[in-house]
Design a protein around this ligand. Structure first.
Ligand SMILES: [Zn+2]
Length: 293
């Protein structure tokens, strides 16, 4: 059913109108998680035709240096979490020379630890665990036989070897250590999640970590304050919208694009049409700025 809806929306002309009138002089950031090789090929080919793909670094440089001009319909491609299958994208990225950024969970990469939000157990409702305190979430997971340091039989995240190989073509940044929803953390937990991951990726991998992607798109003013204090230069949300050189650099807007190989869906989502329609009907996002947990 949704497939038909995406087709109708794509050919309604709305994505075209959004591209030509809204995205034209803006910087669009899109978010993927885990796509296979053929989807990567198809997806990047489509995006190359419709947008000018730029690196996150180029955008950050342009903010501070007005001699750098960004192309029309600038698009930044990001991936959250550091899923092991991201490695499959490397050939396509090398061939097409597409600059992407992957946000890593520093305590999950190069281990057999698993992403808590992918854990399946009859007593676990993931969406509910995102809305309770970090301490209670960890307790509930433990009761369901999951600990964030538990080693499973196979990895879910990229290995160090893969990351180092990929880092010649791909920008790696931080997505915290273990992927908690930051507003559910107390001050110390938030500080260590944000700080440890930055330090670890800099020391162990020799990366220059300047950007935090807030897990689940959840953040609070406190989290922004800590991020600034410990040396991040920008923060990326999943709040609906498009960016300019004047957008709050710790609340960069980003559009979530599903990991399917459906180009109709990609067209509708990368243009912002989908998130626009979803935020028009009075329904509030279930993530974003949150001071109430
Ligand atoms: Zn994530």
């Amino acid at each position: 059913m949704k497939k038909i809806l995406f087709k109708l929306l794509r050919y309604s002309g709305l994505p075209f109108i959004f591209r030509e009138f809204i995205q034209k002089n803006k910087v669009t950031i899109i978010l993927f998680h885990d796509i296979d090789k053929s989807t990567t090929e198809k997806t990047f080919s489509y995006l190359e035709k419709k947008y000018n793909i730029i690196s996150l670094d180029k955008y950050l440089k342009a903010i501070n240096d007005n001699s750098i001009t960004l192309p029309n319909k600038s698009l930044i491609i990001t991936f959250d979490d550091g899923h092991i299958r991201n490695y499959e994208m490397l050939d396509v990225i090398k061939n097409k020379k597409i600059p992407i950024t992957i946000f890593l969970c520093s305590s999950i990469i190069n281990t057999n630890r698993h992403f808590w939000f992918k854990y399946k157990h009859s007593n676990i409702i993931t969406s509910k665990l995102k809305r309770i305190s970090n301490k209670d979430r960890l307790l509930k997971l433990k009761q369901a036989d999951f600990e964030q340091t538990k080693e499973f039989s196979s990895p879910q995240a990229l290995s160090k070897e893969q990351i180092l190989e990929m880092s010649k073509w791909i920008n790696f940044q931080s997505h915290t250590s273990f992927h908690p929803c930051l507003p559910t953390c107390n001050d110390n937990e938030a500080l260590s999640e944000l700080g440890d991951s930055k330090r670890f990726l800099e020391e162990e991998y020799n990366f220059n970590i300047n950007t935090i992607s807030y897990p689940n798109g959840d953040y609070s003013e406190r989290d922004i304050k800590i991020s600034k204090k410990i040396g991040y230069k920008c923060g990326i949300t999943v709040d609906y919208g498009f960016n300019t050189l004047k957008t709050d650099i710790f609340r960069l807007k980003r559009l979530s694009v599903n990991d399917t190989n459906n180009i109709d869906e990609l067209s509708v989502k990368a243009s912002g049409v989908w998130a626009f329609l979803k935020t028009r009907n009075g329904k509030k996002q279930t993530f974003g700025l949150n001071e109430n947990i």
